[in-house]
Design a protein. Sequence first.
Length: 275
Amino acid sequence: MSTEPSAGIAGPATIRLRHLKQAKEQGRPFAMLTAYDQFAAKAFEAAGVEVLLVGDSVGTTVLGYDSTTSTTHQDMLTFTGAVARSVTRPLVVADLAFGTYEAGPDDALRHSVELVRAGAGAVKLEGGEEVAPQVRALARAGIPVFGHLGFTPQSVNSLSGHRVQGRDPEGAQKMREDALALQSAGAAAIVLELVPAAVAASVTASLAVPTIGIGAGPDCDGQVLVWQDMAGLSGFQGKFVKTFAQLRPQLERAAQQYRAEVAERSYPGPEHSFE
Ligand code: KIV
């Protein structure tokens, strides 16, 4: 596969914040995918994906936790390092784990510095104007920070499950205010998750920094998906997910074939054996 992206952000050897901003200004949507390991990260880089998110979703997709609230800072350091060592072009964004930034700017700064040392080019945290002091502290320290509004998975318990946010006029207005507060504090981009398309479009239009949607319609400046959903490995088929491959049945077929050939002694053959 070509390493030259055909659309989105073409050209730079390393994707930086200014390229995402330019893409917004030029109306060229860019792609973000989660990545947690070297082979997936390298495949997405080869495909031209501009931003890799080492999401705290590593807890639910890789580590078998029920919720991202169980993902630890140490998990984030381990998987951020794995992805950052594996790619050179995409911007690598790492989530601040639940419990590592809510207490205040000092906590957020300490944990973000460790994520940057592990290789993150930016960090992401969830919440609106209540986390603006944290965003301001990180931006002042020179750490690019992404916000995350709408459905914020670390608050799954207080949001009463995975629900679309901002459906009512008050909720939509609060989201616009939160987005502006994050931008004023220095956020470099804002993820919008499970947001009505019209609300996401109006938030996007009101901001100078890019929005990145997941279940937030077509008018965000970029889109993000959890890679195992995108590639049909997880089996998750939420309304907003399009599966661009069917890896789960392919993997099952490969493992079945392997097992059958082991059982009948046709694998390993002479070509796989040493003299
Ligand atoms: O952790 C994650 O995968 C995320 C995406 C849902 C945006 O935050």
